[in-house]
Design a protein around this ligand. Structure first.
Ligand SMILES: Nc1ncnc2c1ncn2[C@@H]1O[C@H](COP(=O)(O)OP(=O)(O)OP(=O)(O)O)[C@@H](O)[C@H]1O
Ligand SMILES: [Mg+2]
Length: 329
């Protein structure tokens, strides 16, 4: 059974603007997203800036209230959990944010930062709990009295991970956990996540715009564009048999296509549309080299291609054919 199940999740922000803030604008940051994550695995979410990845994470962690849809953890719905139920859920699902320094309170020493979640839950806050968590992330006792500004970026992210581990959560939501770190730190922190997963059987939901991070870590993944999942499946399916033009473009721009394949022909034009005013039909069509008339009219459904591979594209056959031809040339 899956540990996390997300069903038709939507999060629409309402912004007020114009004279006297009378005009309401709806931003569909997450617009009907469904996926499942099996216990002990890592599920990746890829997509460029503004595609709704962080909003999705915050809803799953219940740091934001979803507009509609359903969330299940270990088979139990928690979409609108409150009070004691929400407190218990917080112990099971923890989140690690992108920027370690801004996610740590600058006025607190490491020991108090790490013990904050157990204190909030009224649980054992002995020094040994902090020491144990710090040891798990490869930090020694000497950091306990340090303030965040005394830590390097990599150390600060380890402290943030230690803080998330003190409650022994079953799931960690990692929102761009290494993008603020330099390359060698990035590799070390990703290896640490892998070790922790082996040791503690933690399930990860990992968001990254960097496909090499997703490739290094994930068993299954989804690609998001403008608030929706456009393709999902196993790592192998998405990296080796991409069927959506957007997945193909992401792979091409990160040079993940098979050797010799010229990725330029799969590149997208322009930028992601403003979420205030998304195009009619498929949201990708103004940028898509495969777009046809139907794409200007209807948003395509996510269709099953078999073995858990899903894609939302009217022209998926043309995409796979184009890749086949490019491979042969
Ligand atoms: N609090 C908010 N109020 C209004 N709009 C918001 C709010 N937070 C995010 N948005 C908008 O929702 C959309 C999705 O934003 P989100 O931060 O979830 O994307 P993201 O994929 O995490 O991007 P990035 O890769 O830059 O972190 C964007 O258009 C963003 O401007
Ligand atoms: Mg984000």
């Amino acid at each position: 059974m899956s540990l996390l199940k997300v069903e038709q999740l939507k999060k629409h922000y309402i912004m007020k603007e114009g004279l006297f803030n009378r005009k309401k604008v709806e931003i569909r940051a997450v617009d009907g997203v469904s996926f499942e994550v099996r216990e002990g695995t890592t599920y990746g979410i890829a997509g460029e800036s503004g595609s709704g990845k962080s909003t999705l994470c915050m809803c799953v962690a219940r740091l934001l209230e979803p507009t509609s849809g359903k969330l299940y953890f270990d088979g139990k719905e928690y979409t609108h959990a409150k009070g004691e139920e929400l407190r218990r859920l917080r112990a099971e699902i923890q989140m690690v944010f992108q920027n370690p320094l801004s996610s740590l309170d600058p006025h607190m020493v490491v020991k108090d930062i790490v013990l904050e979640p157990v204190r909030a839950q009224g649980k054992n806050d002995d020094e040994s709990v902090a020491l144990d968590a710090l040891e798990k992330v490869g930090l020694s006792r000497s950091v306990m009295k340090m303030y965040p500004h005394e830590l390097s970026g990599g150390m600060a992210q380890r402290v943030a991970i230690a803080r998330a581990l003190t409650l022994r959560p079953r799931m960690l939501i990692l929102d761009e956990p290494t993008s603020a770190l330099d390359a060698s730190m990035q590799a070390q922190v990703l290896n640490l996540f892998n070790e922790l997963q082996r040791e503690m059987k933690i399930t990860y939901l990992l968001v990254s715009h960097d496909l090499s991070v997703i490739g290094h870590m994930c068993d299954s993944m989804a690609v998001m564009y403008a608030g929706r999942i456009v393709e999902m499946g196993s790592y192998d399916q998405l990296f080796y048999e991409p069927s959506h033009p957007y997945t193909l473009a992401l792979l091409a721009s990160a040079r993940f296509l098979p050797e010799g394949v010229n990725g330029d022909k799969f590149a997208l034009r322009g930028e992601m549309p403003s979420p205030r005013n998304p195009p009619v039909g498929c949201t990708l069509h103004p940028r898509c080299p495969f777009a046809t008339d139907v794409c200007h009219v209807n948003y395509p459904d996510l269709e099953a291609l078999g073995n858990g591979h899903f894609v939302a594209c009217h022209n998926k056959k043309n995409v796979t054919e184009a890749l086949e031809i490019a491979r042969r040339i």
